[in-house]
Structures are given as C-alpha cells and as structure tokens.
Ligand binder design. Structure first.
Ligand SMILES: O=C[C@H](O)COP(=O)(O)O
Length: 252
C-alpha cells in the first residue's frame, strides 16, 4: 500500500517572510503522514527558515534542485550536502523547467540523483513530455528513456524510496490539466519502466505523481487513478487554502 504524496512546488515565487507566514497557516491543518505525506519544495533561500518553522508539523521541506557535486568552485549552485545538513529531506530533480531553461540533460539528472542519494536526500525525479513528443511516434520511448537514464546505477534499495513525477510540459502552467486517462497512462508507463528495470514488487512500492495544472478543484479524477499516488502542484501550491485542500483531499 503506497502512502499518497501531495507536493507543492513554489518555483521562483514568494519571499522568505511569505514562506514562513504560509507555513504558520498550515499549522494543525495538515493530514497525518501515515495517511498522506505532504511536501513543499521551495527556493534554497527559504529552506533554512522553512525547516525551522515547520517544527513539529508533518511537512516535508524539499529543495527544487541541487547540484551533482557536494562542494567546490561551482558559483551559484546549491550543494546537496548543505541541503541535507540543513534538514531538507527531499529534492526535485529534472523538472522540465530545469531541462528547458538550464539545459539539464539526462546525464546531468542522473548525476544529481546519485548526489541526492549520496547525501541521504530522496529524489523526486520529474519526467517531461512536450506536446511535439506526445504527438510523435517515439513518445513512449521518450518517457521510458528519461526514467531509465535518471535511474542508471541506482540500487534497488535506493530505487524503492524514489518518487517520480509525470509532468507533461504541455500541461504545466497552461490551465489545461491532462485528462485522468492521459495522466494515468503516463504514470503507468513510468511504473512499468521501473518494473522492467527492477521488479514488479519494487515498482509497486514507488510513488508516481502527476503534475501539470492540477488544483483542488480538478484533482479528484486524477487522484482516483491506480498508478497515480499524488500530485506535484505548482500554481495551486502558492495559496495556503488550495494547498491545504489538496493535502487533505483524500480525507474527504
Ligand atoms: O512542479 C510543478 C509543475 O510544474 C506543475 O505546475 P502547475 O501546477 O503550475 O502547472
């Protein structure tokens, strides 16, 4: 039985003060983590304050990205070692915006996955799908190759803890959420790829999320799908009320 995972990705929004105010508004309102795990990924500028202010709250504080080296002369990069020492436990890796604007390749993403595990961070690996890819004959191999390349050299123990998000960029920030069957198809494909790489048993333990214009008003059908264990929400995670509605969705 996989525990649902509801995550917000604030991207490059809010300020430290707004982040802390947001957390105060979540206090006492998040679900029991044995029923639903809840996470917010934020800018590295906010993470220390968020870890401090989340206190006893059942909230996972995640980074939106990290570098693949632990330390050194890498101006402007975020150290996975420093994130772990700060109390951050999860990190998004390979978001489509990182692939698009920062030219992250599958090879870089794989190095980042290893850097996360090396430092005890759980990677939330994103799998992109552009509209042109979706409409092309190599659509399936595109999704399969992103998962396969991200997990190169990842052991079974490590893979069991990983979280993968199917995040078609044609749905991100567009207001056009994938249909429940489209989202399920993408998440099923990811799970089958993990089964082929490891085993059915392991793939059954891995949480697969959907992301792309999901909010508290349109999540119902998505969250009912067999292979979708939660969501990674961008815009809908920027308001405490809609984030809380999503986080508590499965209690209703
Ligand atoms: O990481 C989150 C995704 O990019 C989805 O963003 P969105 O919910 O604003 O479409």
């Amino acid at each position: 039985m996989r525990t649902p995972f509801i995550a917000g990705n604030w991207k490059m929004n809010l300020s430290v003060k707004e982040a802390v105010d947001f957390l105060h508004q979540l206090s006492g309102k998040l679900p029991d983590p044995s029923e639903t795990e809840t996470a917010i990924a934020a800018s590295p500028l906010f993470l220390e304050s968020m870890v401090e202010n989340s206190g006893d709250m059942p909230l996972i504080v995640a980074a939106e990205n990290c570098f693949y080296e632990d330390s050194g002369a890498y101006t402007g990069e975020t150290s996975p070692l420093a994130l772990a020492k700060m109390g951050v436990t999860h990190v998004i890796i390979g978001h489509s915006e990182r692939r698009k604007y920062f030219k992250e390749t599958d090879d870089i993403i794989n190095k980042k996955v290893h850097a996360a595990f090396r430092n005890g961070l759980i990677p939330i690996v994103c799998c992109d799908e552009t509209m042109s890819r979706r409409e092309s004959p190599d659509r399936i191999s595109w999704v399969v190759s992103q998962v396969t390349n991200a997990l190169k050299g990842v052991t079974e123990d490590q893979a069991r803890s990983i979280i993968v998000a199917y995040e078609p960029s044609w749905a991100i920030g567009s207001g056009n959420i994938a249909s429940a069957s489209e989202a399920e198809e993408g998440c099923y494909l990811i799970r089958q790829t993990i089964a082929d790489l490891y085993s059915d048993d392991l793939a059954n333990d891995v949480r697969v999320l959907y992301g792309g214009s999901v909010n508290d008003e349109n999540a119902a059908d998505i969250l009912e799908q067999n292979d979708i264990d939660g969501v990674l929400a961008g815009g809908a995670s920027l308001k405490p009320e809609s984030f809380l509605n999503l986080a508590n969705f499965l209690k209703k």
